[in-house]
Ligand binder design. Structure first.
Ligand SMILES: *[C@@H]1O[C@H](CO)[C@@H](O)[C@H](O)[C@H]1NC(C)=O
Ligand SMILES: *[C@@H]1O[C@H](CO)[C@@H](O)[C@H](O)[C@H]1NC(C)=O
Length: 366
Protein backbone atom coordinates (compact mmCIF):
# COMPACT_ATOMS: atom_id res chain seq x y z
CA UNK A 1 0.00 0.00 0.00
CA UNK A 2 2.76 2.42 1.03
CA UNK A 3 4.64 1.70 -2.16
CA UNK A 4 1.53 2.15 -4.21
CA UNK A 5 0.83 5.51 -2.51
CA UNK A 6 4.44 6.56 -3.09
CA UNK A 7 4.17 5.62 -6.72
CA UNK A 8 0.99 7.62 -6.98
CA UNK A 9 2.72 10.66 -5.46
CA UNK A 10 5.67 10.33 -7.82
CA UNK A 11 3.36 9.96 -10.79
CA UNK A 12 1.36 13.01 -9.71
CA UNK A 13 4.51 15.08 -9.29
CA UNK A 14 5.84 13.96 -12.65
CA UNK A 15 2.54 14.67 -14.28
CA UNK A 16 2.42 18.14 -12.74
CA UNK A 17 5.95 18.91 -13.91
CA UNK A 18 5.17 17.75 -17.43
CA UNK A 19 1.93 19.72 -17.40
CA UNK A 20 3.66 22.93 -16.31
CA UNK A 21 6.41 22.47 -18.88
CA UNK A 22 3.74 21.90 -21.52
CA UNK A 23 1.78 25.01 -20.54
CA UNK A 24 4.92 27.11 -20.25
CA UNK A 25 6.28 26.05 -23.63
CA UNK A 26 2.92 26.61 -25.27
CA UNK A 27 2.45 30.02 -23.74
CA UNK A 28 5.90 31.17 -24.65
CA UNK A 29 5.49 29.88 -28.18
CA UNK A 30 2.20 31.69 -28.38
CA UNK A 31 3.75 34.83 -26.93
CA UNK A 32 6.53 34.68 -29.48
CA UNK A 33 4.25 34.12 -32.44
CA UNK A 34 2.01 36.96 -31.31
CA UNK A 35 4.74 39.43 -30.53
CA UNK A 36 4.78 41.33 -33.86
CA UNK A 37 1.02 41.95 -34.02
CA UNK A 38 0.57 42.74 -30.33
CA UNK A 39 2.92 45.72 -30.65
CA UNK A 40 0.64 47.56 -33.08
CA UNK A 41 -2.58 45.99 -34.27
CA UNK A 42 -3.07 46.59 -37.96
CA UNK A 43 -6.10 48.77 -38.63
CA UNK A 44 -9.05 47.09 -40.31
CA UNK A 45 -8.91 49.96 -42.77
CA UNK A 46 -5.15 49.92 -43.32
CA UNK A 47 -5.50 49.33 -47.07
CA UNK A 48 -7.93 52.23 -47.45
CA UNK A 49 -5.71 54.56 -45.48
CA UNK A 50 -2.74 53.44 -47.54
CA UNK A 51 -4.66 54.25 -50.73
CA UNK A 52 -5.15 57.84 -49.58
CA UNK A 53 -1.68 58.23 -48.05
CA UNK A 54 0.48 56.59 -50.68
CA UNK A 55 -1.81 56.18 -53.69
CA UNK A 56 -1.81 53.52 -56.39
CA UNK A 57 1.01 52.64 -58.80
CA UNK A 58 1.17 54.89 -61.87
CA UNK A 59 3.00 54.78 -65.23
CA UNK A 60 6.71 55.71 -65.03
CA UNK A 61 6.21 58.81 -67.19
CA UNK A 62 3.53 60.28 -64.93
CA UNK A 63 4.29 63.15 -62.57
CA UNK A 64 2.65 64.10 -59.33
CA UNK A 65 0.19 66.96 -59.12
CA UNK A 66 1.41 69.59 -56.62
CA UNK A 67 -0.25 69.74 -53.22
CA UNK A 68 -2.48 72.71 -52.46
CA UNK A 69 -0.40 73.62 -49.40
CA UNK A 70 2.91 73.38 -51.24
CA UNK A 71 2.28 75.22 -54.49
CA UNK A 72 2.93 78.95 -54.80
CA UNK A 73 -0.54 79.78 -55.96
CA UNK A 74 -2.73 79.29 -52.89
CA UNK A 75 -6.52 79.66 -52.61
CA UNK A 76 -7.32 83.36 -52.14
CA UNK A 77 -9.27 83.86 -48.90
CA UNK A 78 -12.94 84.49 -49.60
CA UNK A 79 -12.35 84.43 -53.37
CA UNK A 80 -12.23 80.72 -54.02
CA UNK A 81 -14.72 78.06 -55.06
CA UNK A 82 -13.68 74.59 -53.89
CA UNK A 83 -14.45 71.20 -55.37
CA UNK A 84 -13.30 68.04 -53.59
CA UNK A 85 -12.78 64.81 -55.51
CA UNK A 86 -12.48 62.14 -52.80
CA UNK A 87 -12.32 58.80 -54.58
CA UNK A 88 -9.11 56.72 -54.72
CA UNK A 89 -9.07 55.23 -58.24
CA UNK A 90 -6.87 52.26 -59.17
CA UNK A 91 -5.19 54.22 -61.95
CA UNK A 92 -3.78 56.85 -59.56
CA UNK A 93 -4.26 59.35 -62.38
CA UNK A 94 -6.16 62.62 -62.46
CA UNK A 95 -9.54 61.65 -63.87
CA UNK A 96 -12.83 63.54 -64.02
CA UNK A 97 -16.06 62.59 -65.75
CA UNK A 98 -17.63 64.97 -68.31
CA UNK A 99 -20.49 65.92 -65.96
CA UNK A 100 -18.00 66.84 -63.24
CA UNK A 101 -15.99 68.87 -65.74
CA UNK A 102 -19.16 70.67 -66.85
CA UNK A 103 -19.91 71.67 -63.28
CA UNK A 104 -16.36 73.02 -62.83
CA UNK A 105 -16.63 74.95 -66.09
CA UNK A 106 -19.96 76.53 -65.09
CA UNK A 107 -18.34 77.75 -61.85
CA UNK A 108 -15.29 79.14 -63.65
CA UNK A 109 -17.28 80.80 -66.44
CA UNK A 110 -19.83 82.50 -64.19
CA UNK A 111 -17.34 83.57 -61.50
CA UNK A 112 -14.36 84.97 -63.42
CA UNK A 113 -13.07 86.91 -60.41
CA UNK A 114 -12.99 83.82 -58.21
CA UNK A 115 -10.40 81.04 -58.32
CA UNK A 116 -11.68 77.51 -58.80
CA UNK A 117 -9.65 74.96 -56.82
CA UNK A 118 -10.32 71.31 -57.64
CA UNK A 119 -8.74 69.27 -54.85
CA UNK A 120 -7.92 65.55 -55.13
CA UNK A 121 -7.74 63.75 -51.82
CA UNK A 122 -5.88 60.64 -52.99
CA UNK A 123 -2.44 61.34 -54.52
CA UNK A 124 -2.97 61.94 -58.25
CA UNK A 125 -0.57 61.88 -61.13
CA UNK A 126 -0.69 63.32 -64.61
CA UNK A 127 0.42 61.22 -67.57
CA UNK A 128 1.05 62.49 -71.13
CA UNK A 129 -2.56 61.42 -71.95
CA UNK A 130 -3.72 64.23 -69.71
CA UNK A 131 -3.13 66.67 -72.59
CA UNK A 132 -6.10 65.16 -74.43
CA UNK A 133 -8.55 65.35 -71.51
CA UNK A 134 -11.52 67.68 -71.11
CA UNK A 135 -10.20 69.20 -67.93
CA UNK A 136 -6.94 70.19 -69.63
CA UNK A 137 -8.87 71.87 -72.46
CA UNK A 138 -10.80 73.71 -69.78
CA UNK A 139 -7.63 74.89 -68.07
CA UNK A 140 -6.46 76.37 -71.37
CA UNK A 141 -9.72 78.31 -71.72
CA UNK A 142 -10.26 79.41 -68.11
CA UNK A 143 -7.22 80.76 -66.33
CA UNK A 144 -8.99 80.65 -62.95
CA UNK A 145 -9.01 76.84 -62.67
CA UNK A 146 -6.38 75.18 -60.43
CA UNK A 147 -5.96 71.42 -59.99
CA UNK A 148 -4.20 70.29 -56.81
CA UNK A 149 -3.53 67.27 -54.67
CA UNK A 150 -4.85 67.61 -51.14
CA UNK A 151 -3.04 65.65 -48.44
CA UNK A 152 -5.84 65.67 -45.90
CA UNK A 153 -3.56 64.96 -42.94
CA UNK A 154 -1.56 68.10 -43.63
CA UNK A 155 -4.69 70.04 -44.52
CA UNK A 156 -6.35 69.24 -41.19
CA UNK A 157 -3.39 70.25 -38.99
CA UNK A 158 -4.13 73.35 -36.95
CA UNK A 159 -7.87 72.71 -37.17
CA UNK A 160 -10.33 71.23 -34.67
CA UNK A 161 -10.45 68.12 -36.87
CA UNK A 162 -6.85 66.98 -36.34
CA UNK A 163 -7.45 64.47 -33.52
CA UNK A 164 -10.50 63.08 -35.27
CA UNK A 165 -8.56 62.39 -38.46
CA UNK A 166 -5.69 60.80 -36.56
CA UNK A 167 -8.15 58.51 -34.74
CA UNK A 168 -8.88 56.90 -38.15
CA UNK A 169 -12.60 56.84 -37.31
CA UNK A 170 -13.32 58.40 -40.69
CA UNK A 171 -12.13 55.18 -42.32
CA UNK A 172 -14.84 53.17 -40.56
CA UNK A 173 -17.33 55.00 -42.79
CA UNK A 174 -19.81 52.96 -44.81
CA UNK A 175 -19.77 55.80 -47.36
CA UNK A 176 -16.12 56.79 -47.29
CA UNK A 177 -15.80 59.17 -50.27
CA UNK A 178 -19.06 60.88 -49.27
CA UNK A 179 -18.11 61.40 -45.63
CA UNK A 180 -14.58 62.42 -46.58
CA UNK A 181 -16.04 65.06 -48.85
CA UNK A 182 -18.45 66.16 -46.10
CA UNK A 183 -15.43 66.65 -43.83
CA UNK A 184 -13.03 68.30 -46.27
CA UNK A 185 -15.50 70.88 -47.58
CA UNK A 186 -15.85 72.17 -44.03
CA UNK A 187 -12.07 72.31 -43.70
CA UNK A 188 -11.70 74.30 -46.94
CA UNK A 189 -14.29 76.95 -46.22
CA UNK A 190 -13.13 77.21 -42.60
CA UNK A 191 -9.49 77.58 -43.68
CA UNK A 192 -9.87 79.95 -46.61
CA UNK A 193 -13.50 81.04 -46.68
CA UNK A 194 -15.29 81.10 -50.01
CA UNK A 195 -17.67 78.58 -51.48
CA UNK A 196 -17.80 74.80 -51.64
CA UNK A 197 -19.72 73.14 -54.51
CA UNK A 198 -20.64 69.56 -55.40
CA UNK A 199 -19.74 68.47 -58.94
CA UNK A 200 -23.38 67.77 -59.79
CA UNK A 201 -24.37 71.42 -59.52
CA UNK A 202 -24.37 73.68 -62.56
CA UNK A 203 -23.95 77.38 -61.94
CA UNK A 204 -26.32 79.64 -63.91
CA UNK A 205 -25.70 83.05 -62.32
CA UNK A 206 -22.61 84.53 -60.72
CA UNK A 207 -22.10 84.13 -56.98
CA UNK A 208 -19.72 87.07 -56.96
CA UNK A 209 -22.34 89.52 -55.68
CA UNK A 210 -23.67 87.35 -52.87
CA UNK A 211 -22.11 88.27 -49.52
CA UNK A 212 -20.30 85.17 -48.18
CA UNK A 213 -21.85 83.03 -45.39
CA UNK A 214 -24.78 81.15 -46.84
CA UNK A 215 -26.44 77.85 -47.53
CA UNK A 216 -29.74 76.72 -48.99
CA UNK A 217 -32.87 75.05 -47.68
CA UNK A 218 -33.76 71.62 -49.03
CA UNK A 219 -37.00 69.90 -48.14
CA UNK A 220 -37.55 66.19 -47.50
CA UNK A 221 -36.44 65.53 -43.98
CA UNK A 222 -33.41 67.79 -43.81
CA UNK A 223 -33.45 71.53 -43.60
CA UNK A 224 -30.21 72.48 -45.33
CA UNK A 225 -28.33 70.76 -48.14
CA UNK A 226 -24.53 70.90 -47.92
CA UNK A 227 -24.02 70.61 -51.70
CA UNK A 228 -23.26 74.30 -51.83
CA UNK A 229 -22.03 76.09 -48.75
CA UNK A 230 -20.27 79.41 -48.18
CA UNK A 231 -18.35 80.93 -45.27
CA UNK A 232 -16.40 84.13 -44.82
CA UNK A 233 -12.67 83.64 -44.08
CA UNK A 234 -12.89 85.54 -40.79
CA UNK A 235 -15.28 86.64 -38.04
CA UNK A 236 -18.57 84.79 -37.62
CA UNK A 237 -18.12 82.73 -40.78
CA UNK A 238 -14.77 81.35 -39.62
CA UNK A 239 -16.23 80.63 -36.17
CA UNK A 240 -19.26 78.82 -37.60
CA UNK A 241 -16.81 76.76 -39.69
CA UNK A 242 -15.03 75.73 -36.50
CA UNK A 243 -18.38 74.71 -34.96
CA UNK A 244 -19.09 72.55 -38.04
CA UNK A 245 -15.70 70.80 -37.74
CA UNK A 246 -16.05 70.26 -33.98
CA UNK A 247 -19.50 68.76 -34.45
CA UNK A 248 -18.14 66.47 -37.18
CA UNK A 249 -15.41 65.18 -34.86
CA UNK A 250 -17.76 64.74 -31.91
CA UNK A 251 -20.81 63.22 -33.59
CA UNK A 252 -19.34 61.35 -36.58
CA UNK A 253 -21.58 58.45 -37.63
CA UNK A 254 -20.00 55.94 -40.00
CA UNK A 255 -23.31 54.36 -41.05
CA UNK A 256 -25.53 57.38 -41.77
CA UNK A 257 -25.31 58.74 -45.30
CA UNK A 258 -26.65 62.27 -44.52
CA UNK A 259 -25.64 62.40 -40.85
CA UNK A 260 -22.26 64.10 -41.25
CA UNK A 261 -23.39 66.34 -44.10
CA UNK A 262 -26.83 67.94 -44.45
CA UNK A 263 -27.94 66.84 -40.97
CA UNK A 264 -24.75 68.18 -39.41
CA UNK A 265 -24.91 71.68 -40.87
CA UNK A 266 -28.60 71.82 -40.03
CA UNK A 267 -28.12 70.92 -36.36
CA UNK A 268 -25.18 73.30 -35.94
CA UNK A 269 -27.08 76.18 -37.55
CA UNK A 270 -30.13 75.47 -35.41
CA UNK A 271 -27.87 76.13 -32.43
CA UNK A 272 -26.22 79.16 -34.03
CA UNK A 273 -29.61 80.67 -34.94
CA UNK A 274 -31.36 79.41 -31.80
CA UNK A 275 -34.25 78.12 -33.90
CA UNK A 276 -35.61 74.73 -34.91
CA UNK A 277 -37.11 76.01 -38.16
CA UNK A 278 -34.51 77.65 -40.35
CA UNK A 279 -36.89 78.64 -43.14
CA UNK A 280 -37.20 82.38 -43.63
CA UNK A 281 -35.00 83.06 -40.64
CA UNK A 282 -33.57 86.59 -40.61
CA UNK A 283 -29.84 86.75 -41.28
CA UNK A 284 -29.26 88.72 -38.04
CA UNK A 285 -30.55 85.78 -36.02
CA UNK A 286 -27.85 83.51 -37.47
CA UNK A 287 -24.74 85.59 -36.84
CA UNK A 288 -24.79 86.80 -40.42
CA UNK A 289 -25.32 83.39 -42.02
CA UNK A 290 -27.97 83.62 -44.74
CA UNK A 291 -30.29 80.68 -45.24
CA UNK A 292 -31.62 80.99 -48.80
CA UNK A 293 -34.99 79.54 -49.76
CA UNK A 294 -34.98 76.34 -51.75
CA UNK A 295 -35.26 77.73 -55.31
CA UNK A 296 -31.94 79.58 -54.91
CA UNK A 297 -29.68 76.55 -55.60
CA UNK A 298 -31.85 73.44 -55.97
CA UNK A 299 -35.39 74.29 -56.96
CA UNK A 300 -36.17 70.73 -58.00
CA UNK A 301 -36.43 67.88 -55.50
CA UNK A 302 -33.94 65.01 -55.77
CA UNK A 303 -36.88 62.60 -55.96
CA UNK A 304 -37.65 63.89 -59.48
CA UNK A 305 -34.10 64.79 -60.53
CA UNK A 306 -34.59 62.54 -63.58
CA UNK A 307 -36.87 65.26 -65.00
CA UNK A 308 -33.79 67.38 -65.79
CA UNK A 309 -33.07 64.93 -68.61
CA UNK A 310 -36.65 64.67 -69.87
CA UNK A 311 -37.70 66.85 -72.84
CA UNK A 312 -41.36 66.67 -71.76
CA UNK A 313 -40.49 68.35 -68.47
CA UNK A 314 -38.42 71.12 -70.04
CA UNK A 315 -40.97 73.96 -69.81
CA UNK A 316 -42.14 73.28 -66.29
CA UNK A 317 -38.61 72.89 -64.93
CA UNK A 318 -37.45 75.98 -66.78
CA UNK A 319 -40.20 77.87 -65.03
CA UNK A 320 -39.34 76.45 -61.61
CA UNK A 321 -35.64 77.30 -61.94
CA UNK A 322 -36.09 80.68 -63.63
CA UNK A 323 -34.54 82.67 -60.76
CA UNK A 324 -32.17 79.99 -59.49
CA UNK A 325 -28.44 80.59 -59.23
CA UNK A 326 -27.78 76.93 -59.97
CA UNK A 327 -29.40 73.60 -60.73
CA UNK A 328 -28.55 70.46 -58.76
CA UNK A 329 -28.98 67.25 -60.75
CA UNK A 330 -28.25 64.88 -57.79
CA UNK A 331 -25.71 62.59 -59.40
CA UNK A 332 -26.58 59.61 -57.19
CA UNK A 333 -30.10 59.68 -58.67
CA UNK A 334 -29.23 60.46 -62.31
CA UNK A 335 -25.75 59.13 -63.10
CA UNK A 336 -27.10 56.22 -65.15
CA UNK A 337 -29.29 58.37 -67.40
CA UNK A 338 -27.63 58.73 -70.80
CA UNK A 339 -27.98 62.26 -72.08
CA UNK A 340 -27.57 62.72 -75.82
CA UNK A 341 -26.01 65.97 -76.98
CA UNK A 342 -28.66 68.14 -78.69
CA UNK A 343 -31.53 66.98 -76.46
CA UNK A 344 -33.77 69.88 -75.46
CA UNK A 345 -34.06 68.95 -71.80
CA UNK A 346 -33.30 71.41 -69.04
CA UNK A 347 -29.94 69.68 -68.48
CA UNK A 348 -29.13 69.92 -72.19
CA UNK A 349 -30.08 73.58 -72.57
CA UNK A 350 -28.37 74.62 -69.31
CA UNK A 351 -25.12 72.79 -70.07
CA UNK A 352 -24.95 74.15 -73.62
CA UNK A 353 -25.07 77.67 -72.22
CA UNK A 354 -23.06 77.32 -69.01
CA UNK A 355 -20.39 74.75 -69.86
CA UNK A 356 -19.97 75.43 -73.59
CA UNK A 357 -16.42 74.02 -73.93
CA UNK A 358 -17.34 70.73 -72.25
CA UNK A 359 -20.57 70.58 -74.22
CA UNK A 360 -18.83 71.17 -77.55
CA UNK A 361 -16.24 68.46 -76.85
CA UNK A 362 -18.51 65.90 -75.23
CA UNK A 363 -19.09 63.88 -78.39
CA UNK A 364 -22.37 61.99 -78.36
CA UNK A 365 -23.31 62.10 -74.68
CA UNK A 366 -22.89 64.37 -71.69
C1 LIG B 1 -2.69 77.98 -36.77
O1 LIG B 1 -3.77 78.82 -36.44
C2 LIG B 1 -3.41 79.99 -35.76
C3 LIG B 1 -4.67 80.73 -35.37
O2 LIG B 1 -5.70 80.63 -36.32
C4 LIG B 1 -2.50 80.81 -36.66
O3 LIG B 1 -2.11 81.99 -36.00
C5 LIG B 1 -1.27 80.01 -37.06
O4 LIG B 1 -0.50 80.70 -37.97
C6 LIG B 1 -1.72 78.69 -37.68
N1 LIG B 1 -0.57 77.87 -37.96
C7 LIG B 1 -0.42 77.18 -39.10
C8 LIG B 1 0.77 76.31 -39.18
O5 LIG B 1 -1.21 77.26 -40.01
C1 LIG C 1 -33.50 81.09 -27.71
O1 LIG C 1 -34.86 81.28 -28.05
C2 LIG C 1 -35.76 81.15 -26.97
C3 LIG C 1 -37.16 81.36 -27.47
O2 LIG C 1 -37.36 80.76 -28.70
C4 LIG C 1 -35.42 82.15 -25.88
O3 LIG C 1 -36.27 81.94 -24.77
C5 LIG C 1 -33.97 81.99 -25.46
O4 LIG C 1 -33.63 83.02 -24.53
C6 LIG C 1 -33.06 82.08 -26.67
N1 LIG C 1 -31.68 81.81 -26.27
C7 LIG C 1 -30.67 82.61 -26.61
C8 LIG C 1 -29.34 82.20 -26.12
O5 LIG C 1 -30.82 83.61 -27.27
Amino acid sequence: MAIARNNKAILLTLFSIIFFIFVYVNLSVERKSRTPTVVKPKSKFADLIECYKVGNPVPHDAFKLPDVLESDRKPRPGKTIFFHETSCPKSGLLELGPRQVCSIESAAKNNPHFDIFVLFTSPRYISPDFLSTEIWRLKLTYKNIFLRNNDMWEYTKNSSGVKFLESEKLFSSHFLPVHMSDFLRLLSIWKYGGIYMDTDIIVKRTFENLPLNYGGIEEHGVDLNNGLLSLAPNGNGHEIGDLFIKDFAKNFRPDGWPDNGPLLITRVLRKVCNATDLKEIPVERCRGFKVYPRPMFWAVSYTIAGHFFDTDKFESLKDQTRNSYSIHVFNHMTKDIKHKIGTKSLYGVTTQEHCPVTYANAGQYL
